[in-house]
Design a protein around this ligand. Structure first.
Ligand code: ATP
Length: 237
């Protein structure tokens, strides 16, 4: 299968600080790749690099075209939607206003309305809370809103930063099972950052283990899941 996203020798950092020291990874068309690793390994920075939010070196290709160095808006316009850590929800705005922000690059108003309905098919609770302030939502609902806002961009690639963060296990399960449906039905590819390695390895096709800005293990998620020494050395379970 062809890769939708390919990173080659990707470097990134903040000011004088280098965080990623030249990493290679890929997300297949309709595939899910997971980035695993301890706090500070550079997972969030990798997602920021893909969506153009930090200075990068090396090459990033989306469907064969270079996207490194492009502005964040242009990368979004090409179909990369970022669900950031902390979810990036505007708490004082309503659910509707937050979702409209997700569609800011879209000109086709009728298409946007249709996409709202499509997204409500996955997250019916958001429809009930459409006019409600985002700050009044539960943590799980806020994560659903963050994903919905990304989906109305009609992305080819979804960047998901720690969707399980701070949520109760049942809510996490609910969100991941909806993400499975979204992946199958919308044909979207996903680059997932997740602290919960076991959860991520169940969901992903491929996984990359980051340690201080370098990839130390990579391969099919199923192989990594079954490798006890990798699990013990790096994943702590
Ligand atoms: P976590 O799960 O804790 O977010 P992570 O693997 O996502 O970990 P990053 O957030 O990418 O790691 O951070 C990698 C390194 O970059 C860390 O050493 C961090 O301190 C540094 N860093 C992150 N954001 C900034 C920033 N805005 N300015 C300077 N350094 C930063």
């Amino acid at each position: 299968m062809a890769a939708l996203l390919e990173a080659e020798g990707l470097t990134a950092g903040y000011g004088q600080t280098a965080v990623l020291h030249g990493i290679d990874f890929a997300v297949e068309e309709r595939g899910v790749s997971a980035l695993l690793g301890a706090n500070g390994a550079g997972k969030t920075t990798t997602l920021r690099a893909v969506s153009g939010m930090v200075r990068t070196g090396g090459a990033l290709r989306l469907a064969g075209d270079r996207i490194d160095g492009l502005a964040t808006e242009e990368i979004a316009r090409r179909g990369v939607a970022h669900v950031p850590d902390g979810r990036g929800t505007f708490m004082e705005l309503t659910v509707e206003e937050n979702m409209r922000l997700g569609a800011y690059t879209r000109r086709d108003k009728a298409g946007v309305e249709a996409d709202f309905e499509r997204v409500f098919g996955y997250f019916p609770r958001l429809k009930q809370r459409f006019k409600q302030q985002a700050g009044t939502l539960s943590g799980g609902e806020q994560q659903m809103l963050a994903i919905s806002r990304a989906l109305v961009l009609r992305p080819r690639l979804l960047l998901l930063d720690e969707p399980s963060f701070g949520l109760a296990p049942l809510v996490v399960q609910e969100i991941f099972s909806i993400m499975r449906r979204i992946r199958e039905e919308q044909g979207v590819s996903i680059l997932l950052v997740e602290q919960n390695a076991s959860l991520a390895l169940d969901f992903a096709d491929r996984a990359y283990l980051l340690e201080t800005g370098r990839i130390v293990v990579s391969g099919p998620a199923a192989d990594i899941r079954q490798d006890e020494s990798i699990r013990r050395s790096y994943l702590g379970y």
